[in-house]
Design a protein around this ligand. Structure first.
Ligand code: C2E
Ligand code: MG
Length: 436
């Protein structure tokens, strides 16, 4: 009974409850004895992929082997516990100095990244580690664990298979994230969001479309960049109301945007990874198009490569439904996430967007120029439209046009601008033409 209550049945390691109880006692002792404690929080990178592709049984075997290997890397007296899933906590048995601490973390990262032999499979995962010291949490149990978790999360976002030591500034960051997450709902209510539009041009520099980009001027936080708040909204499950708001705003602006130009333009809207898992959103979009008399053919949905690949089947289903009503789909940030090109033949796309990072690297080195050229060539072979993003110089534009890009987007041609200002500029242009 005691074993069942205190140990994880799969790995035989102490479970969360037992570990937390031990930690509580150790923290009290450490505080009295005025010595520090060190906690390591680790989580496997790519564990979900193993479970999905090789099955749960292999996943379970992997967890057992990970825990065996981790134990062999640690010293006697260190306590390792499985919190659940692929998350583990380690309490080091006495306070190592900083040098030793990093050495232990490095040994875990390297050791656990080596392949495991499981049922004839060679399975490889990485490990992201967060390290916290008890003194940074005033020997408070939940804060201590939470600090290690925050540091682990840093390792994940820093590119995985690495370790990070918690520092109090990370707490400030976390507070801001919470503040942002908590302000999003009221931001919609208080009308703090706005959509700006960035023109896209054809090789002869006529405007062929606009990209809708969200702006947030918060009453309490000031201007917050979408690069900061969109990922937070995604992580905290608050992206859907934002997407819906943007979609409605774009549909409301649609007629006026079309009126800005003599020829047809396409309006592009971002969808996030979470959005395309929700088929109900397709109905919402269809209803908006009817309500605001929007021609679906003139709306393009931009999805990032990583969002698409997070759930390929679901994304295909979602985006096929949008294409069925006549809208088009662009793959954004191409080349930044997964370097596997195989999936490009499995998905149904109209446009490939070349990420700014490739445009920036043009003419920097022969090699990077060649890579960009190859991407364009490949997109052409796949009969895709190609849009280059973040074009800032004449040299970049000339190269991209020469290579066969169909559309260019960047500060060289237009910055994201409010509809109000776009309308004013248009008015001025008409006046100028009249007077000329
Ligand atoms: P994105 O969709 O890839 O948008 C392009 C970003 O590059 C925009 O940044 C744009 O202002 C910027 N940009 C365009 N041309 C240039 C250039 O020549 N030079 C430089 N330095 N930057 C350029 P922004 O508006 O800050 O948006 C950042 C990201 O936030 C977007 O990247 C997108 O991922 C996300 N985002 C923005 N609005 C929305 C939205 O309505 N929904 C969702 N889901 N995400 C959004
Ligand atoms: Mg992009």
């Amino acid at each position: 009974m005691e074993r069942l209550a205190n140990f994880d049945s799969l790995t035989g390691l102490p479970n969360r409850q037992f570990f937390m109880e031990t930690l509580r006692i150790e923290l009290a002792k450490a505080k009295r004895g005025e010595h520090n404690l060190v906690l390591m929080y680790f989580d496997l990178d790519g564990f979900k992929g193993v479970n999905d592709s090789l099955g749960h049984e292999t996943g379970d075997q992997l967890l057992i082997k990970v825990c065996e290997r981790a134990k062999s890397i640690l010293r006697e007296g260190d306590i390792i516990s499985r919190l659940g899933g692929d998350e583990f906590l380690i309490l080091l048995h006495n306070e190592p100095n900083d040098y030793m601490l990093l050495e232990i973390a490095e040994r875990l990262v390297v050791g656990l990244s080596a392949p495991f032999d499981i049922n004839t499979w060679e399975v490889q995962v990485g490990v992201s580690i967060g390290i916290a010291k008890a003194s940074d949490s005033n020997f408070n149990l939940s804060e201590f664990v939470s600090n290690a978790d925050i540091a682990m999360y840093r390792s994940k976002t820093a590119g995985r298979s690495t370790h990070t030591v918690f520092i109090p500034e990370m707490m400030e960051d976390n507070k801001r994230k919470l503040l942002i997450a908590n302000s999003i709902a009221s931001a919609i209510k208080n009308d703090e969001f706005a959509v700006y539009y960035q023109g896209k041009v054809s090789p002869n520099e006529t405007t062929v479309g606009y990209k809708a980009l969200l702006r947030w001027s918060s009453d309490s936080l000031g201007f917050v960049s979408p690069a900061e708040f969109i990922p937070i909204a995604e992580q905290s499950g608050k992206i859907l109301p934002i997407t819906k708001w943007v979609l409605e705003r774009v549909c409301k602006d649609f007629k006026q945007l079309c009126g800005l130009n003599n020829s047809e333009v396409t309006i592009s809207v971002n969808l996030s990874a979470h959005d395309i898992k929700n088929l109900q959103l397709v109905n919402f979009i269809k209803n908006l198009f009817i309500k605001y008399s929007v021609d679906p053919r003139l709306i393009e949905f931009e999805v990032t490569e990583s969002a698409y690949l997070e759930n390929l089947d679901m994304a295909n289903e979602f985006l096929t439904q949008l294409r069925d009503i006549g809208s088009s789909v662009a793959l954004d940030d191409f080349g930044t996430g997964y370097s596997s090109l195989g999936y490009l033949t499995q998905i149904n796309l109209n446009t490939l967007k070349i990420d700014k990072q490739f445009v920036d690297n043009l003419n920097v080195s022969e090699r990077s120029t060649l890579i960009t050229k190859t991407i364009i060539e490949m997109a052409k072979q796949l009969k895709l439209q190609i849009c280059a993003e973040g074009v800032e110089t004449r040299e970049q534009a000339a190269f991209l046009i020469e290579s066969g890009c169909h559309q260019l987007q960047g500060f060289l041609f237009a910055k994201p601008t409010s509809l109000e200002l776009l309308l004013k500029e248009k008015e001025q242009l008409v006046d100028l033409e009249k007077n000329a």
